[in-house]
Design a protein around this ligand. Structure first.
Ligand code: NAP
Length: 295
């Protein structure tokens, strides 16, 4: 059960965690992380920190001086924060974005737990990913975390599908110096059908189908019919849950994974980095779903 920490339990020893972003008031992380801290019995609190784009360096220097224990980073600071950290993990560097920062003796360290969050539900599938085709719809920021997750899972047949060949080529080129060295293939949306017949995992990283345009889907029912039996449809969108894409996939007997799970798992991975405790994932999932129902 979710137990909310009451303000009267905060004291001089309370550890402060938080999230920097702009805007940050609609972030779902504070209710999820505060429920987790309470469930673990940790004397901590997680708060939103609105930070203007030109104030990232000052803000994180301030968080350091104030003894803040760690923080998440959201839009638009995920790339900008990197140059102000003492260290960034290989995964953070490969993705080119950091969403979780913690204290070390040499200063702030950062990584990207979206990658862990993306992979977590797939790791339960007990599948040999080296034999699996991963098709990613979209070539934006979230697609980078999916590429890194796919490579880490062992996928070698990796496709990125978009609506502009120039942007797709730029996306591939951006991995040239990455420690992950993904072998990416690209296709236009108009070429998708031919890929689907051998696709094990189809991931939507575009905003198509996101609230308020909830009847839209990045692929048609007919395209989903092309997928082999046992294929997985994964949507990074978490409002609504499920999306039209996942409804259509579920109607066809495909396995489905929604963006809520990725959001929960990226938060759980961050909490583990900060607290070294096993995250109370069920509590976090419940808190997040309750928050989504209210919004
Ligand atoms: P982004 O950087 O703006 O990238 C969006 C991508 O979608 C771009 O490649 C864009 O194509 C493509 N796209 C946009 N509209 C399209 C359309 N109508 N048809 C086809 N392609 C279209 O955004 P992002 O940060 O990657 O986020 C994408 C989605 O992932 C959002 O819905 C976000 O909420 C979700 N997300 C979820 C989680 C989670 O934890 N569940 C984490 C991160 C992101 P062009 O390049 O051609 O413009």
């Amino acid at each position: 059960m979710t137990v909310a920490r009451s303000l009267s339990s905060l004291n001089g020893a309370t550890q402060v965690l938080g999230i920097i972003g702009h805007p940050v008031e609609h972030s779902l992380s504070p209710p999820m992380q505060n429920a987790a801290l309470a469930a673990l019995g940790i004397n901590g609190v997680y708060v939103p920190f609105p930070v203007q784009p030109d104030k990232v360096e000052t803000a994180i220097a301030g968080l350091w001086v104030l003894g803040v224990h760690g923080f998440n980073v959201t839009i638009p600071h995920k790339q900008a924060v990197m140059s102000h950290l003492a260290t960034v993990t290989d995964i953070g560097q490969a993705v080119g974005a950091v969403n979780t920062v913690w204290r070390t003796e040499s200063g702030w360290a950062g990584t990207n737990t979206d990658v862990t969050g993306f992979m977590a539900p797939l790791q339960e599938e007990n599948q040999d990913w080296s034999q699996s085709r991963l098709v990613i719809l979209g070539n934006g920021g979230a697609a980078r975390a999916v590429v890194a997750g796919g490579v880490t899972l062992g996928c070698t047949d990796l496709w990125v599908v978009g609506r502009s060949r120039a942007k797709l080529e730029k996306f591939v080129a951006s991995w040239q110096d990455s420690p992950l060295q993904p072998q990416l293939q690209i296709a236009l949306i108009s070429e998708l059908d031919a890929l689907l017949v051998e696709t094990t995992l189809l991931v939507n990283t575009t905003p198509v189908g996101m609230h308020p345009d909830v009847t839209a889907s990045p692929v048609t029912a007919q395209q989903l019919d092309l997928l082999p039996q046992g294929a997985i449809a994964y949507d990074l969108i978490y409002t609504p849950s499920p999306t039209q894409f996942l409804k259509l996939a579920g109607d066809r007997g495909l396995r489905t994974i929604d963006g809520v799970e990725m959001l929960v798992q990226q938060g759980a991975a961050a909490l583990e980095i900060w607290t070294h405790h096993q995250p109370p994932v069920n509590t976090m999932r419940q808190a997040l779903k309750a928050q989504l129902e209210q919004s």
